[in-house]
Design a binder for this molecule. Structure first.
Ligand code: F6P
Length: 600
């Protein structure tokens, strides 16, 4: 869908906006306006310290006890309930009728969302208020896919203009490389791109690369370019990234918001040395074979590294690393490999979901509903894990990307005000493509702990395959599993049914499926750049909604700092040991000193 069409589709939305100030994205009032500031203040300082103190939360606690007495085996048979627990927006069909809930549950969850000011908090986020208060930053990943005609003002600057300035630069540069007008230092054409980055500077871009690879592989221009990712400092990862590449034909893109992450910078130096080894140390080598995607505040670091500022593709403090795939970290590598127009389709899909998120009423709002179901399953039903199972091999990296988005965001123990939380938050997310997952951890999903599942499927495959003599295409076979698994989990199989099938009585306990295991199913027309954008934004917003209800700051990540600091101390001791000096082992925990000596 072209951007203009997506925008007009959203404008013609049949839904009432969830909050008056969300009727436009972005709203015209700048973030400094008194009304905007007031909304944010109210949003972050509600009349309770913990949402668990509210009447709405307590109602849900009581309601959960009632729901636990029901069984999905019976609930799924109710046609009215079944019809009510579905949403369809821009090709994204979500059936959540296999969640342990009734329509009353939805009503109560929406009341909790209203009480916890989810609408106001979303509005504050979209307006560019500094809701990530521990880092003093706005949270504007939605602006990275905003239309050129939109505007969001942060600290007096229109960030949407900044976004489009960088996107234009990505377009011009990637087209130059792809057409051969921009070449390497020795005059050869660039054929290989190695994107060096870790965490959010790797997972999102690598995830969408896998998806687009299949979709675009038919095109000659896609086959002409090879994109690899280097994230780990494990020498094996380095060797794999460099394998059979000619430095003269290689562009290294260093993706790091801080341009200071230890692993990324070591790998960047390693790749620079590899380029120098291949072509000598003339400054042109770095200038013509390296580029950077980094925060504007890291410009000096980028230049000191040898990458000129015209090869710096900025992103900004107001985009969290794990939310940066729509900014230059995704835009540059993906446009170099597939062409800028493919990336534009991805942005259009994400924008479509953003508009839905900002305008649809809660009971029809996909990310809001998914977020509320997450809260319900975790905080009220006590399910601490959840899993994403895409029935699409090309989405193999999606669960890992969403794992970072969600676990780095909501793995918290205090509220935005520093109050210790007394309810369960922050699920453990994992996943694998189906059907492969069925043959590994599904045993536990069916008979062990209860783990809510998100099933993701597509009506059409990226590849047609119908083997002669087979009744069904391979995609149909894949999708039979997508349709069957939710019922196996929800309905299960009773002892009486097993006995009626002639199962020996002593086997019956081992083969009984208790059922009553929640899942939701997302069905989309086809996996491509547009639908990938929709899914990405859907899951990003789900995480935000949960964080808003739980009253935490989902946008900082202090939990990764201590490990980094301690690695620094170990690194100092390691340097001493490796240069024949005596390390100061007393400074370390005894077990660490002991295992280090074994390593040395
Ligand atoms: O260590 C966690 C983290 O800060 C992530 O949040 C981030 O995505 C990743 O490291 C990489 O950071 P950078 O882009 O600054 O190299």
């Amino acid at each position: 869908i072209p951007l203009s069409k997506a925008a007009s589709a959203a404008a013609a939305s049949p839904f009432e906006p969830l909050h008056p100030s969300l009727s436009h994205f972005p709203p015209s009032s700048p973030s400094t306006s008194p009304s905007a500031a007031g909304a944010a203040t109210q949003g972050s300082h509600p009349t309770y310290k913990l949402p668990s103190q509210t009447v709405e939360w307590q109602r849900l606690v009581r309601h959960a006890a009632e729901i636990k007495a029901l069984h999905l085996r019976h609930l799924v048979q109710d046609p009215v309930r079944s019809d009510a627990l579905c949403v369809d927006y821009d090709g994204v069909y979500m059936d959540y009728s296999r969640q342990q809930m009734t329509m009353e549950t939805r009503t109560l969850l929406i009341e909790l969302a209203k009480r916890t000011q989810v609408g106001e908090k979303v509005a504050a986020m979209a307006r560019g208020e500094k809701i990530n208060h521990t880092e003093g930053r706005a949270v504007l990943h939605m602006a990275t896919r905003a239309g050129r005609e939109e505007s969001v003002i942060v600290d007096g600057v229109d960030v949407v203009r900044q976004v489009h300035r960088v996107l234009d630069k990505v377009k011009a540069f990637s087209e130059g490389v792809r057409q051969g007008t921009i070449r390497g230092a020795t005059g050869k054409r660039i054929r290989n791109i190695v994107a060096v980055g870790i965490g959010g500077s790797y997972l999102g871009p690598a995830c969408i690369h896998e998806v687009f690879k299949t979709e675009e592989e038919g095109s000659q221009s896609c086959r002409d370019f090879r994109l690899r990712f280097l994230s780990n400092v494990d020498p094996v990862d380095v060797a794999r990234a460099q394998e059979k590449l000619d430095p003269e034909e290689t562009l290294v893109v260093v993706v790091s918001k801080s341009f200071a992450t230890a692993e990324t910078m070591l790998n960047a130096r390693t790749m620079r040395q590899w380029l120098w080894d291949g072509m000598g140390t003339h400054p042109d080598v770095c200038a013509k074979h390296m580029a950077a995607c980094a925060s504007a505040s890291a410009t000096q670091l980028v230049e000191a590294f040898g990458i000129p500022s015209e090869r710096l593709f900025e992103f900004w403090d107001w985009v969290g690393g794990r939310y940066s795939v729509c900014a230059s970290p995704g835009a540059l590598p993906i446009s170099l490999k597939f062409g800028f127009s493919v990336f534009e389709k991805f942005l259009a899909g994400a924008r479509s979901m953003d508009r839905h998120f900002l305008t649809a009423p809660f009971e029809k709002n996909l990310p809001v509903l998914m977020g509320l179901l997450g809260v319900w399953n975790m905080s009220f039903l006590g399910y601490r894990c959840r899993t994403i199972i895409p029935y699409a091999e090309a989405m193999m990296k999606f669960p890992a990307h969403i794992q970072q988005v969600d676990m780095e965001s909501n793995g918290k123990h205090v509220t935005v005000d520093g109050e210790e939380i007394n309810y369960d938050i922050g699920e453990i997310d994992f996943g694998e493509p189906g059907t492969n997952g069925q043959h590994s951890f599904f045993q536990l999903l069916h008979m062990g702990q209860v783990v809510p599942v998100d099933f993701i499927g597509f009506a059409e495959s990226q590849k047609a395959l119908h083997v002669a003599g087979e009744e069904l295409s391979s995609h149909d076979e894949l999708m039979c599993n997508f349709f069957a698994q939710p019922d196996a989990l929800a309905v299960g199989k009773t002892g009486a049914e097993l006995l009626a099938e002639g199962i020996p009585p002593d086997h019956v306990p081992h083969r009984t499926f208790k059922g009553n295991r929640p899942s939701l199913s997302l069905l989309l027309p086809r996996l491509n750049a547009y639908s990938m954008g929709q899914l990405l934004a859907l899951y990003e917003h789900r995480t935000a909604v949960q964080g808003f209800v739980w009253h935490v700051n989902s946008f900082d990540q202090w939990g990764v700092e201590l490990g980094k600091q301690l690695a620094k101390s170990v690194r100092e001791e390691m340097k001493l040991a490796r240069t024949g000096q005596a390390p100061n082992l007393h400074a370390l925990v005894p077990a660490t000193a002991r295992i280090l000596q074994r390593y040395w």
